[in-house]
Ligand binder design. Structure first.
Ligand code: UDP
Ligand code: MG
Length: 316
């Protein structure tokens, strides 16, 4: 029997776990021709999340969990999960039920048809602010314009991955991860299914704006060097313009003599150039920061405990 692993990163999700467990249990009951593994990654939760999962695991052989040594963030929680899943295919799903488990049978069907990466595209995003929608849209547009890989718009981490995609992702050990880009980067046969994204069932959003901004910068800097190119281009244009202006100034001084007016324009140029230089330095700094972080070669995470249900030898 083929085994499907459901990978759930969870951080302070005590309020939604029961409902999630119910829906996943129903999924498994309705699809008896597959073995299921529910792998929870407890990402350093400070509430009862771990206790609840441990409780389930005691009674239910299908439940496995990885307890990380602290909170590492969703991107790292996902790779920790991928390192531990045992299924022939893996579905990554949020704990808050924004991604409906009812979509999974359809994903499995496409997987059986030979697709390696069946991703769920959102038709709508209920319960998200207009600010988030607009920034998300602009950001994806920008990222798509500057990278060579094709990114799937309106697609999150909710997807089914064949074993070989999982093995590919496991080989990417960057510490500042932008997993959404990696799904595209690894390639393989992709298929889209669409759904309406529900609002979070309960509890607060765990990924606040500052985390999302960090992630956005990681996305840009790990998949494109376009900002560096942009700062060189800007530098080039400004230099050429300055050069032309200098020639003009020299010629004017020779022809008409010295003239000391022009304080405002001098200030304008100085301020503009100062801004451009700081911006370019900042961009270069972003990349140097990444180089610094990656050269440390630290492990991505530490596992406090790994509990697995029944593992058949074929997949391990
Ligand atoms: N999450 C996590 N670690 C974190 C933050 C979030 O594992 O540090 C999990 C969280 O439990 C949920 C998923 O990532 O299952 C998505 O989080 P959230 O719903 O807060 O974000 P959004 O829906 O905005 O993507
Ligand atoms: Mg959510």
């Amino acid at each position: 029997m083929k085994k499907i692993s459901i990978l759930v990163p969870a951080y302070n999700e005590e309020e939604v776990l029961e409902a999630l467990y119910q829906r996943l249990g129903k999924l498994a009951n309705d699809n008896k021709s597959y073995d299921f593994e529910f792998l929870f990654v407890n990402d350093g939760s400070r509430d009862k999340t771990l206790e609840i999962i441990q409780d389930y695991a005691e009674k239910d052989q299908r439940i496995a969990y990885v307890n990380l040594s602290r909170n590492f963030g969703k991107e790292i929680a996902m790779i920790a999960g991928l390192d531990h899943v045992t299924g022939d295919a893996t579905v990554i799903i949020d704990a808050d039920l924004q991604d409906p488990p009812e979509l999974i049978p359809q994903m499995i069907k496409f997987w059986e048809d030979g697709y390696d990466d069946v991703y769920a595209k959102r038709n709508s995003r209920a319960g998200e602010t207009w600010l988030k929608k607009i920034t998300a849209k602009t950001y994806y547009w920008l990222l798509q314009k500057t990278t060579r890989i094709t990114l799937q718009p309106n697609t999150g981490d909710f997807r089914l991955l064949d074993r070989r995609c999982v093995e590919a992702l496991k080989q990417i050990r960057e510490s500042q991860r932008y997993t959404k880009g990696m799904f595209s980067w690894i390639g393989y046969k992709k298929k889209e299914v669409t759904y309406d994204r529900d609002p979070r069932l309960a509890g607060d959003i765990k990924q606040n704006y500052s985390i999302l901004i960090d992630l956005a910068i990681d996305g840009l800097t790990s998949f494109t060097t376009a900002p560096l190119r942009l700062s060189s281009l800007l530098g080039g244009v400004v230099s050429v313009a300055a050069f032309v202006y200098i020639i003009y100034l020299v010629a004017r001084t020779i022809i008409f003599g010295i003239d000391l007016a022009g304080y405002p324009s001098t200030m304008a140029v100085i301020l503009f150039l100062g801004g451009v230089q700081l911006l370019s330095l900042g961009i270069i700094g972003e990349y140097i920061g990444r180089i610094f972080n990656e050269t440390k070669q630290r492990p991505l995470y530490f596992v406090e405990e790994y509990h697995h249900g029944k593992i058949d030898k074929k997949t391990r």
